[in-house]
Design a protein around this ligand. Structure first.
Ligand SMILES: [Zn+2]
Length: 84
């Protein structure tokens, strides 16, 4: 979605919209329409700028991505710390 780079679904993070909030769904089990981005802030930011989430979820109006952002920030920090 965000950067439009091709990737296997297993490499992507599934996002669902719950009451106007974009929520990460790493296990892919939450119901509803899903959107897929790379688990990276840069990809999320691109998706937000392109208003890709409302389009993907077929919803009107803004979606809250703050929680999702926090999730990715944490994930990136963990990844950095895991790198020697
Ligand atoms: Zn991407």
């Amino acid at each position: 979605m965000g950067c439009r780079e091709r990737a296997a679904k297993s490499e992507l993070l599934r996002i669902v919209a719950i009451e106007g909030v974009c929520a990460p769904d790493p296990s892919g089990t939450l119901p509803g329409r899903g959107a897929y981005v790379h688990p990276a802030l840069v990809c999320l930011d691109l998706a937000v700028r392109r208003r890709a989430f409302p389009r993907a979820f077929r919803l009107q109006g803004p979606l809250d991505t703050a929680e999702l952002r926090g999730h990715l920030e944490t994930a990136e920090t963990v990844a950095e710390q895991a790198t020697p």
